[in-house]
Design a protein around this ligand. Structure first.
Ligand SMILES: Cc1cc2nc3c(=O)[nH]c(=O)nc-3n(C[C@H](O)[C@H](O)[C@H](O)COP(=O)(O)OP(=O)(O)OC[C@H]3O[C@@H](n4cnc5c(N)ncnc54)[C@H](O)[C@@H]3O)c2cc1C
Length: 402
């Protein structure tokens, strides 16, 4: 497989990690990314369990730790900003709701991206528009670049994967919506979080949160709401901001008005519905999927980044140790399937636990958080957090770390 030219769609966590491992094994890799540069933005993502081990095997743990966010843990606050329940970062041995190593998504994507340079070709500001497979390869057409031929194509292009749409079928066939919509953005200012990831629930299934960024004064904010399926234009960011603002316009508690003002001008505003991707198989001929494109578990599980890192490692390992892409894709599926199936089981309460509707349910959420480190909730939660390590990572000798 080493002489095969591989095209990866998406330079996020999964795409950059796959490029890293393929390149380390001597493959020729091209990555096409719709954004004009590695996408910044997002709150923190967790490095847990096997995902943490993959980063260690990459030799990037020191770089990852160097950009980790310093925080106390998670705190549920009321409308007056009073802390009602907390979970510190050292709960559950550093693998609780906030894990010991949390990195801003954009920082992790950049660490991975930089580790693939200089010998990975990146095509930014473009997207695949067509895939035509035959016995020897795939002819790929792009929105801007000239058509090219590759041996294999891997979709690492997130929840709304274009590769999945072209090779597997429409999104409606495989995405199960949770009916939660989430906006992430960065703000700067004097919001005093005292080091906590603060979360405020308002009646009607509204969730506002803010957590410390890595730079002084930087705050990573999010506004989420529950709603039956909504039609919205994925390209129209202005309409997305207006949609979020309309949902929160009557909320005056905690720091919501300040978050709404900051959202209006945030350069990295990112809006996405939460949904899980379920597919019976992650390959079609010479095309495969990794990360959220293949099996998004939603941010509610805290496991999307681990799945992306582990999937990239396993797919690269199988492609470079198995002589044939069909066998490699089958092994990738076999190894990842149990891990993904468990990870996609939502934590107790699911979407309504995250975004409760009534004032009573909101009070119960805080009470439930206070009980999480005590019996019997403790063992339930420990099992949820331990899922990140529920896979024995194969040892792929040819995947040399630089
Ligand atoms: C801007 C952003 C912010 C996020 N914030 C959070 C967060 O705060 N908390 C959390 O838990 N998860 C967040 N996520 C999701 C999280 O990154 C993933 O669940 C997880 O890390 C798996 O990574 P992935 O590489 O599969 O997907 P992603 O990290 O979503 O990466 C997909 C990449 O593909 C690119 N892409 C999309 N469409 C195309 C296309 N047609 N052609 C080429 N490239 C394309 C995207 O620009 C992106 O770079 C965020 C994702 C993004 C893109």
């Amino acid at each position: 497989m080493r002489n095969t030219e591989i095209l990866v769609s998406g330079a996020g966590i999964a795409g950059a990690a796959l490029a890293y491992w393929l390149r380390a094994a001597g493959c020729t890799v091209t990555v096409v990314e719709r954004a004009p540069a590695p996408r910044p933005g997002g709150q923190t993502v967790d490095l847990r369990g096997a995902g943490r081990e993959v980063v260690t095997r990459m030799g990037l743990m020191d770089r990852a730790r160097a950009v980790a966010v310093d925080q106390e843990g998670m705190a549920i606050v009321d409308a007056r900003g009073r802390i009602k329940a907390t979970m510190t970062v050292d709960a559950f041995g550093g693998e609780g709701i906030i894990s010991e190593i949390e990195i801003l998504r954009g920082d992790l994507a950049r660490v991975l991206y930089e580790a693939t340079l200089p010998d990975t070709e990146y095509v930014f500001d473009d997207t695949i528009t067509g895939l035509d497979q035959d016995d020897d390869g795939v002819t790929v057409t792009f929105e801007k670049a000239a058509p090219r031929r590759f041996g294999l194509v891997v979709g690492a292009d997130g929840m709304h994967s274009v590769v999945r749409a072209l090779a597997f079928g429409p999104e409606s066939d495989c995405v199960r919506p949770l009916n939660v919509y989430n906006a992430w953005f960065t703000m700067n200012g004097d919001l005093d979080l005292r080091g906590w990831f603060q979360m405020f629930n308002a009646p009607g299934g509204l969730v506002a949160s803010a957590r410390p960024g890595r730079l002084p004064g930087e705050i990573k904010a999010a506004l989420a709401f529950r709603s039956p399926p909504l039609a919205y234009d994925r390209r129209d960011v202005g309409a997305q901001r207006a949609l979020v603002a309309s949902r929160f316009e009557s909320v005056t508690g905690w720091e919501v008005p300040r978050l709404l003002r900051a959202m209006e001008t945030a350069p990295d505003f990112f809006f996405e519905p939460m949904g899980q991707v379920h597919l019976d198989g992650w390959s079609r001929g010479r095309v495969a999927l990794i990360g959220d494109a293949g099996h998004c578990p939603t941010p509610l599980t805290g496991l999307g980044t681990s799945l992306a890192l582990v999937g990239a490692y396993v797919l690269a390992g199988e492609l470079t140790t198995t002589g044939d892409h069909r066998a490699a894709f089958a092994r990738y599926d076999e190894i990842m399937r149990p891990y993904v199936t468990e990870a996609q089981k939502l934590p107790p309460g699911g979407a309504s636990g995250f975004a409760p509707s009534s004032a009573l349910a909101i009070r119960m959420r805080a009470a439930s958080m206070r009980s999480m480190t005590r019996w019997p909730m403790r063992s339930l939660l420990a099992a949820q957090f331990a899922k990140a390590g529920n896979i024995t990572l194969p040892d792929y000798r040819p995947l040399a770390v630089r």
